[in-house]
Design a protein around this ligand. Structure first.
Ligand code: ATP
Ligand code: MG
Length: 493
């Protein structure tokens, strides 16, 4: 899926760098390069805070690989005298020859100054204010350089609660989570600006925290999930010290806000490497912290892992062709082997399994843990319950009471239930004809019917424009209650 070292064909090797053939500069301030510096030693410094001046590498990225709107935003900000760079995931992905999901900008301009430059801009965030510049359904996130919160002593509670002080580009780079995510790209100069050793780690395909992983994971334990996500999705390895700290601090993940944990789990499910992410979570002991029932279920019956692997691989194959997996589908895959321990093929007409527990109760017990643990929205939890229950009605069965496919297909949950069935069918290369019959039933529905529209949420809800197609998570407005007419007073009229 990912390019190997050849992706770095025009990337400087260590030898080139030390022979001085590479255009490498040190700068006092980014954007204003000073004369070339002596090459720094490139030993990874997980504990070192002393990064010195940035490495600036001339590495022009073709305009065709950049987002046109992001380029417009940067050009306009710089024309107004501000510094503005591409930052974070998009720079990382461009250097790894992977198409970026979105393009983020870091700038010296304050949110209000950004708003003054763009009419199509709104400021979001209470804790930390960000500017969103809106182009149709696309959002370019523009954040002001800021410095990270740091704890003054190791005994102190390191969890970050405040993170909203503006800072320099260097501080902004160093507050970020991983070195690969701490790079700036200056589109005007065609240079990558590296304060944190990110270029080194991109070349070596390594996930490494910026600074001491012991501190960085305690400050924000969600970074543990992010490390797994990046390693799995981008086919990177995790540096030994970062890995040790992951294992030492994984129990602190529940200190993070549940919706953030949920969001990272969903991103893993939707990122095209859901199996690699799941397996890395399991082997690092993270799964036992975030989804203990699933981890326990696998320990009790190891062949469940194989079922999950086949299903997640089938999901990844679909995601690569543009399928947007919803929360119920992703969690449905995790829970299926627990809900149907004997496999759907072995379904009895009466849904009571060998251990005497009804399917409904099994689902309910699992949801009772997951809903509060991850703040799974009620709507998703309800849908998850429905699509898990529906599976046993959708699989081919020899003896079954007469039923109307159209009536089943008309149910709002049906497209997701069918997607889950298709994922299972693909993973065992079976049920093809039955699935085709269900698909035909869905296609026969009038197009305007809600069930015929698959409810596939956007990749990242935080980035969707409310009111635009794909804007997930919007609550339907309640109709105002009709007021009861007061009875007329007895003496009226
Ligand atoms: P993706 O491709 O999954 O969106 P991303 O790197 O763009 O990956 P985002 O969650 O969009 O990830 O965050 C954007 C950037 O913000 C990151 O690249 C990183 O620099 C920074 N960041 C995000 N979350 C954290 C965090 N918890 N701690 C520190 N920095 C973070
Ligand atoms: Mg991103």
């Amino acid at each position: 899926m990912f390019d190997g070292p050849e992706a770095f064909a025009d990337f400087p090797s260590d030898a080139e760098r030390s022979s001085g053939e590479v255009h490498e500069q040190a700068a006092d301030a980014p954007g204003r390069p000073s004369p070339p510096a002596t090459p720094r030693d490139d030993v990874p410094r997980e504990e070192s805070e002393d990064w010195g001046s940035p490495r600036i590498i001339h590495r022009p990225i073709p305009a065709s690989e950049l987002d046109r709107d992001a380029v417009v935003v940067i050009r306009r900000l710089t024309r107004q005298g501000h510094t503005a760079y591409l930052v974070g995931g998009c720079v990382r992905d461009l250097l790894l020859a992977t198409p970026p999901k979105d393009f983020d900008i870091a700038t010296s301009a304050r949110p209000r100054q950004v708003k003054r430059v763009f009419r199509n801009c709104r400021i979001i965030g209470r804790r930390f204010r960000l500017a969103h510049v809106i182009f149709g359904t696309k959002i370019i996130e523009v954040s002001t350089f800021r410095c990270g919160a740091t704890a003054s002593s190791p005994e102190e509670d390191l969890l970050i609660r405040e993170d909203n002080v503006f800072g320099t580009p260097e501080e902004d780079a160093r507050r970020r989570d991983f070195t690969i995510n701490g790079l700036f790209y200056d589109i005007q100069q065609g240079t990558v600006i590296d304060y944190v050793g990110g270029l080194h780690d991109i070349e070596r395909r390594t996930v490494r925290t910026i600074g001491d992983p012991e501190i960085r994971f305690q400050e924000d334990p969600i970074r543990i999930l992010r490390a797994v996500k990046f390693a799995a999705r981008l086919n990177l390895h995790i540096s030994p010290k970062t890995m040790e700290a992951i294992e030492r601090h994984r129990d602190k993940i529940p200190r993070s806000a549940p919706p953030r944990i949920l969001e990272e789990l969903l991103r893993m499910g939707r990122g095209g490497a859901s199996w690699e992410s799941f397996e890395l979570m399991r082997t690092t002991g993270i799964l036992a912290v975030v989804l203990p029932d699933v981890a326990r279920g696998i320990d009790e019956q190891p062949d469940r892992l194989d079922r999950i692997r086949r299903h997640l691989e089938a999901l990844d194959a679909r995601v690569r062709t543009g399928f947007a997996a919803t929360a119920p589908i992703i969690f449905g895959i995790y829970l299926l082997p627990l809900v149907y321990p004997d496999g759907l093929d072995a379904l009895a007409p009466e849904p009571v399994r060998a251990d005497g527990v009804r399917t409904e109760h099994r689902i309910e017990n699992l949801l009772q843990d997951i809903i509060p643990r991850l703040h799974l929205p009620r709507r998703d939890a309800g849908r998850l319950r429905q699509i898990l229950m529906a599976q046993r009605r959708l699989v081919p069965a020899p003896r079954r009471r007469r039923f109307s496919r159209t009536a089943v297909a008309r149910q709002a949950y049906f497209p997701e239930a069918l997607a889950l069935l298709e994922i299972q069918g693909a993973s065992i290369e079976s049920w093809t004809e039955e699935i085709e019959r269900w698909r035909a039933a869905l296609d026969r529905l009038p197009k305007a019917s809600p069930a015929s529209r698959p409810r596939t949420g956007p990749e990242d809800r935080s980035r969707s424009v409310p009111g635009e197609p794909g804007a997930g998570g919007r609550r339907r407005k309640r109709r105002p209650r009709r007021r009861r007419r007061k009875p007329a007073p007895p003496d009226a009229g």
